[in-house]
Design a protein around this ligand. Sequence first.
Ligand SMILES: Cc1ncc(COP(=O)(O)O)c(C=O)c1O
Ligand SMILES: N[C@@H](CCOP(=O)(O)O)C(=O)O
Length: 549
Amino acid sequence: MSNGAAAANGSSTPTHTPSQRYLSTRGEDTGLSFEDVVLKGLASDGGLYIPEAIPAAEGWESWKDLSFVDLAFNVLSLYISPSEIPADDLKDIIRRSYATFRSDDVTPLIHLQDNIHLLELFHGPTFAFKDVALQFLGNLFEYFLVRRNAGKEGRDRYHLTVVGATSGDTGSAAIYGLRGKTDVSVFMLHPKGRVSPIQELQMTTVLDPNVHNLAVTGNFDNCQDIVKALFADPDINSTHKLGAVNSINWARILAQTVYYFYSYFSLARQNPDSFKIGDKVRYSVPSGNFGDILAGYFAFRMGLPVDKFVIATNENDILDRFWKTGRYEKQPAYGAAAEGGLPADGVKAHEDGVKETLSPAMDILVSSNFERLLWFLAYEFASSAGMDDEWTKKQAGQEVATWLGDLRRKGGFGPVYRDVLDAARRTFESERVSDPQTVEAIRTTYMSVGYVLDPHTAVGVEAAKRSLERAPEGTKIVSLSTAHPAKFAGAVTLALQGEEGFEFGKKVLPKEFVGLEEREKRVRDVANDWRAVRELVREEVEGEKTEGR
Ligand SMILES: Cc1ncc(COP(=O)(O)O)c(C=O)c1O
Ligand SMILES: N[C@@H](CCOP(=O)(O)O)C(=O)O
């Protein structure tokens, strides 16, 4: 499969290159514009949007000294036609999105130890990597809505009803990206009692009238399923324009692609003697919904020299099991949980199969973005038949629809064809990191270099170390640091309590989090029932529209 995999297919958007037109992974929606897919979020056939072709980043080497904002403009313009967003407007959206970050580098790279560098992605407003995409997406929604609503009044205005699911971080990042914006209501579903106390406070202390926090009796996957059920419901879709902030929204993946390029150039700048532009780098990515690592895959397919992506999972290890067995199954047929009862490392497994770990944002049973990778793997497999591009794409869409149908009906699919698995293994490898190993990674990192890792980042660092043991001598790895440690006080304190010089309040806690628990909160409990959520959404949006917001 080449970088510019597609030829133009006679789509309805002739001013767009193939990488600026979008199709659904399940094959039924094609030829959509960037604005269409950003506002729709999820395709009507239940699939996720992907560009019809991955563009080659021609001359990417010359981007090496660009600021984050200028680099972002170069990357994003390959996927967004200037006929949709003129260049100056896109530059302005990007500039405003990253002006809210506490670091001039936006996503600074630091040397951790040996050949491991950390890509710090938590310098945005909510101290999590999600801000990189959600600050941008919030401004993008606003841009499209202002344009659509020019000269319109009252009920003629396009009102976006954002519904999202969070295991902790997407929620606050989306809320901070959208709070107070005109013509948008935000409904954020989190699993009640299964996000960290700081994460919960970050969401529930935002009192803007357009923000609604819903605590669902259930797990993250139940929240994600409710969101998908709402998108699939013709009833609410005819009365409300639903919008997505989860990584099912293509703009989330696209914005995250930028920091793979940026970190690559930072690595070259910081290591002039041992890493040159053109050398291959390895990335370790703490993974749950597979969005962050998929953004890296796009950067790689655009031409960034990457030797491997390491998928780092916690004990909710559906991805790790896929890479080991070729089977994608909610319930493991092998490994700790299959050995009967609680696994040896003592993690609590809920009846629903999701384990409650020290890295709760990754407590996810089914990784929604894996579907996008599956499409590219299926496309590559189908292209060996030597048919034309239209046939090949159709075939890929059908294959994905069959796999996802089996996942829904039978709880899993696979083993996939050997060639598909081999292709997945050429670009990715995987590691599963248990809670005790996570604690140990936080402790040993602190003891050796004095750096405090958050538990998700620790999963990535532990996987990075294991991967380097297999890698060719001198390989450099960038491990993604996806959240600030202060968001996960329990895990960090468990690992570091009593260690010399460690004091959570002084060493870890940023001033922005002090006093959060004293603030007023707003949250509603809801059952794990998508119809009940639908009625609540209707009621609230009606109220907002009546008040003219
Ligand atoms: C802190 C943190 N790390 C890692 C992840 C996993 O990222 P992804 O879901 O994109 O795989 C998440 C949640 O998405 C997260 O919040
Ligand atoms: N870990 C996420 C779960 C939602 O994933 P998303 O990237 O698809 O929004 C979270 O913290 O909410």
